[in-house]
Design a protein around this ligand. Sequence first.
Ligand SMILES: Cc1cc2nc3c(=O)[nH]c(=O)nc-3n(C[C@H](O)[C@H](O)[C@H](O)COP(=O)(O)OP(=O)(O)OC[C@H]3O[C@@H](n4cnc5c(N)ncnc54)[C@H](O)[C@@H]3O)c2cc1C
Length: 379
Amino acid sequence: MPETPHSPVYVIGGGPGGLAVAAALGERGIHAVVLEKSRAVAASWRGHYDRLVLHTTRRLSALPGHPIPRSFGRWLSRDDLVRYLEQYVEHHRLEIVTGVEVHRVDRTADGWLLRATGGRELAASAVVVATGYNHTPHVPDWPGLDTFSGEVLHAGEYRNAEPYRGRDVLVVGSGNTGADIAVDLAEHGAARVRLAVRTPPHIVRRSTAGWPAQWTGVLVRRLPRRLVDRAAARMARWSVPDLAPYGLPRPETGLYSRVLEGAIPVQDVGLVDAVRKRKVEPVPAPQAFKDDRVLLSDGSDVSPDTVIAATGYRRGLEGLVGHLDLLDGRGRPRHHGPRSAENAPGLYFTGYTNPISGMLRELALDARRIAKAVDLASR
Ligand SMILES: Cc1cc2nc3c(=O)[nH]c(=O)nc-3n(C[C@H](O)[C@H](O)[C@H](O)COP(=O)(O)OP(=O)(O)OC[C@H]3O[C@@H](n4cnc5c(N)ncnc54)[C@H](O)[C@@H]3O)c2cc1C
């Protein structure tokens, strides 16, 4: 299907990343259409757990061309972020088509062809893929999981602690989501909460004397890894108590080294206190399941009623663009932001890194860069 002068730029995904790019394109007078598979924009945020509060500040979480209202406070709740994103669509008069999932993107002689819900075939002058870093819930392939008599769910399905009152729960994974959920359960009536930890996380205070951890993340981003690792270790000894006596030792690998491997530090919004009060008990990572037992890596076992796997997500890009030879071994696009691959000019990706400086901030910066690249390429 040939590109016509009227072919819009299609943005796949109506999360913050896609909305930001559409707005930035609009600022340049470029016709952008957002295709969103759910019934409304901000679908992933609508599905997150009730307790969720942003770990990044209001100002550094805003998208291009429209600040987040001061009345939402410094640390936004999940619902306020959704409200902001709805306002954002209205403010920029973005063109959104909901209920349309794009299944495959193909190159044509002079543009791109999108195959989507209902047999739609859409011609695009350029395409921005913004389907989310946290696309497909991932649960490890633990041996014996199918024999486990307890309940197993992914953290993406967790809303609040209500269904787990009086229950024994094992949360697996000590990233921000696992830590948040474990504290939520402990504070709201679960009988026992264990947190399974494979690699001890770096724990940082959300802010110290009014200085948010995110600001440090922005400042140190371009500094040498070893320097940041050393400074962070010193800072941690000063600001976060030693939790080794409670089963959560300090990590052996430096903070920034872990970030470069993809592990963002845990912001303490209750975990330290809960561990010290033994309301959340760190335990080793699961290795296998057998009947009602979860076998842990130190040879011990536990028998929880429920296992909540806060074990991350996959990008899920294989079906969409896997045939175009653009993905690395971990399923992430090799080219990101304003850079298109040589064999895929006009195809852009946003939101597939997990930076220490905050993802929303990075999405906002990338949006304007991508819009500029699209603009330059169309001249
Ligand atoms: C629990 C949690 C807390 C977070 N907290 C913060 C924070 O405090 N600060 C911060 O900066 N970042 C945070 N992040 C990271 C990041 O900012 C968010 O994940 C953010 O939503 C990413 O935006 P996105 O637009 O890239 O992806 P998403 O918000 O996931 O949006 C992708 C959209 O694409 C749609 N979609 C997917 N596939 C298709 C398809 N094939 N066709 C059409 N539509 C499709 C989805 O329905 C969805 O609406 C957090 C992430 C999580 C999971």
